[in-house]
Design a protein around this ligand. Sequence first.
Ligand code: ASP
Ligand code: MG
Length: 471
Amino acid sequence: MQTLTMKFGGTSVGSLEAIKNVIQITQREIGSGNRVVLVVSAMSGVTDTLLSSIQLALGGDKWGYLSVAEKLRERHHDTIKRLINAGDARDKLSATVNKLLDEYVELCHAISILGEATPRIRDAITAFGERLSARVIATALAQNGINAKPYDASEFVITDNNYQSALPLWDITEAKIREKLLPVIQSGITPVITGFIGATPDGAWTTLGRGGSDYSGAIFAAYTHSDELIIWTDVDGVMTTDPRIDKRARVLPYVSYQEVGELAYYGAKVLHPKTVQPILNLKMPLRVRNTFNPDHPGTLITSESQRSSTIIKAVTAIRSVSMLTVSGKGMIGVPGMAGRAFLATANAGANILMISQSSSEQSMCFVVTDDKAEAARMGVETEFRAEIAAQNVDSVEIMPDIVIVTVVGSGMRGTPGIAGRVFTVLGDEQINVLAIAQGSSECSISFIVNEHDLERAVTLLHDLALEAVPI
Ligand code: ASP
Ligand code: MG
């Protein structure tokens, strides 16, 4: 008997058809003698809707957030009506859904009266999406002969109070799962747990960041000692590139933890970048599979990398980023310039996605998301105001309309010529490369090109990845 943790994403629980597939997939595993732990997202679009209602409440638009609440009520009740036969279980579920939504409306009133939404109340609001879906899914499974029960992850995942992007307190979380969840699983119950959510030690709701239910899945997989973590989503697996950019994109049968980490960080939407972290040392197999095509084996992600003949396995791109350049003669040989620039950027709330500096040290550049670019520029200029006044540092320049393109493949380590191949391809096609970075992990090469070159650059490099994937 194996224990499987299966996480179902928003689209996988977002419609009647999808939920029916979830039921079948779960029945199939239990039927073959496995124990299953389910971790679920909110129904697709619900988290966005909840976030938008916070804005409406802040603006005092009572009619606006009440109508959002009504839409959520309708959507969940409609799903319940079509999924679950009339009777006690359905009545009880409907009452629970109403109670949760009433609580949610109360919080919106509070925001609207105060005219302020603290990070803490924002998390309490976004948590409703998963709290609703877990209850619907558990009741639907129970109706289909599975001994399922819903659980709020706030009982198990104890986090710091860094709301909206909380980090688990590992020891307490492990102990809670051991004490409160393992006995449930051992007694033959199939828990249906809310993804995305945690709680501080004193019981305030927290969330793990957008897309964070993948991370939740990995946390539960790790501490329930699962044999495998399966992320059920709406694509067949991890792809060689974004099929919207190049429709020749194919599913990669195998990738390593490290490769998938780079892919997630550099723009592939399939997994939250933190997913691998809780299971990294356990070498637990991780699979990405399609709820709407359950016979497809998906992508198997393991600690070992499988070598591919072309080394390059996948190509990703990140849009909506800007490059900041700090330059000046007074930067040469002065220690601490990069540190100060990066700290100022962090203090401006901007996450740095890529860094490049030439060894002449006359300039360095780094990439942040568009929405943070201006704040980062102001932060760095303030930090260097003395140097700028003395003309040792020029003003900080922002270059908009650029993208980061990343090629990934762990076989780059120790294989000469990969970078050469990549840049030859781009050079032959007259695609100008504005900056380059390669980490010493040698698992990926990232570079900046103008936004209008994105599709050509990705497609040309994708040729290199495709050579290695069997059709
Ligand atoms: N519902 C949350 C979100 O949309 C978490 C998740 O689905 O992973 O971000
Ligand atoms: Mg997701």
